[in-house]
Design a protein around this ligand. Structure first.
Ligand code: HEC
Ligand code: HEC
Length: 332
């Protein structure tokens, strides 16, 4: 009888100790329960780590610098706010210093079919050695089935990001890691509102003359499966646009939202590109599709002019006659 009471007392004390001992570094406080229509970073990150790959922590300085040049390939003596250049970034940087900001870096964290591009963006003119960056963007994509995840971290004017010690946004093994990642990265809901999938609408990776300078450091999957993971991103349902045998979609798809519209206009010299210099505005540089355009203007017009017209007409009205749309999906 006495013996039994003792055992009971021991068990009670023991379980109370276990229950209260939850927040040691190796025994994290569980993150808040996910709701049905949004995921926290930990749940999304874990999902992406399983479907694509677990990312390591990384250092932006291990990436390759994207040059900013003038006069057709020269490094300027100094970089100035709102200067023009050969290959401005096509993503509107929404800063005070324009589109020709030096020292952004691209890091390829791919591993086989797991294709991962990291862009550590500068929106402020700093030095090449500066540890600080304004924005870090990740596209993580599994070429086997199309699963794709998006991450973004944003600094502020007074508090830029330290890009030399970037925590993984994915599988977070301890409470410490979780806290650090939560402070650094946006939530999936915030990333969704940045609209990544609306621009990256034809495939995960986006070429521009700016990032094209280091295109060997960016994975590509132009005709692959493509779908967005995570409940926050469920309204990103990519659709491709074409007309029958259109020459502009022989090397890649174009998507209904951005790549068949504004991006096509930019790629074919039809709208001004902010901070593009005279070199950038001169043919063939003004027509940067196809990549490495080697045609004379007369040849280009002959091959591509009608194709581009057709694409733009279908972009304006995808339901009109002759326009072909089709859902871009993951592997069923
Ligand atoms: C307004 C259109 C637009 C939006 C929105 C957008 N991107 Fe991009 N992205 C681009 C363009 C254009 C490039 C090519 C680089 C350049 O010219 O700035 C690019 C390049 C990238 C790259 C470098 C690798 C590559 O594909 O070239 C990454 C990584 C990236 N974007 C991630 C993101 C993430 C993450 C988001 C959302 C948080 C996002 N992007 C939102 C247009 C966009
Ligand atoms: C000879 C091949 C080729 C042809 C033809 C071609 N492109 Fe491209 N284009 C590329 C490559 C390579 C990329 C990088 C795409 C990738 O690998 O995802 C690209 C990217 C693009 C992009 C950015 C979206 C992305 O996926 O990176 C746009 C917009 C684009 N092309 C428009 C056009 C238009 C408009 C035409 C017709 C005038 C055209 N392209 C014809 C090779 C081509």
């Amino acid at each position: 009888m006495k013996h039994n009471t003792l055992v009971f007392a021991l068990v009670t004390t023991l379980s109370a100790t276990l229950l209260s001992g939850c927040s040691s570094p190796d025994n994290p406080t569980p993150p808040p329960l996910p709701s049905m229509d949004t995921q926290n970073l930990a749940a999304y990150g874990k999902m992406c780590a399983v479907a694509i790959r677990d990312l390591p922590a990384f250092n932006c300085h291990d990436g390759t610098m994207i040059p900013i040049t003038v006069d057709g390939g020269k490094t300027p003596a100094n970089y100035t706010a709102n200067m023009d250049c050969d290959r401005p970034s096509l993503l509107p940087l929404e800063n005070k210093q324009g589109q020709c900001i030096p020292f952004s870096r691209v890091l390829d964290l791919s591993n086989g079919d797991a294709q991962v591009a990291v862009l550590c963006r500068q929106k402020t003119i700093r030095t090449e050695q500066s540890p600080f960056f304004d924005e870090i963007d990740i596209v993580a994509h599994n070429a086997k089935d199309g699963s794709t995840c998006w991450f973004q971290a944003s600094g502020t004017e007074n508090q830029p990001l330290d890009g030399t010690n970037v925590p993984s946004p994915m599988a977070l093994k301890s409470a410490g890691q979780y806290q650090q990642a939560m402070q650094y990265w946006q939530t999936p809901k915030q990333v969704h509102s940045a609209g990544c999938g609306n621009c990256h609408d034809n495939d995960p990776f986006m070429f521009s003359p700016f990032v094209g300078q280091v295109w060997d450091k960016v994975p590509t999957d132009p005709f692959g499966w493509y779908k967005h993971l995570g409940v926050d991103f469920k309204d990103w349902q990519p659709v491709s646009l074409s007309t029958r045998d259109n020459t502009c979609v022989s090397c890649h798809r174009l998507g209904v939202d951005f790549t068949s519209g504004k991006a096509t206009l930019e790629a074919t010299g039809q709208i001004p590109i902010p901070n593009a210099n005279a070199w950038a505005k001169t043919y063939p540089n003004s027509h940067f599709m196809p990549v490495g355009n080697f045609h004379s203007k007369a040849q280009w017009d002959e091959i591509y002019q009608q194709a581009v017209k057709d694409i733009l007409a279908c972009h304006a009205n995808p339901k009109s006659e002759g326009c072909l749309t089709s859902a871009i999906t993951g592997k069923p």
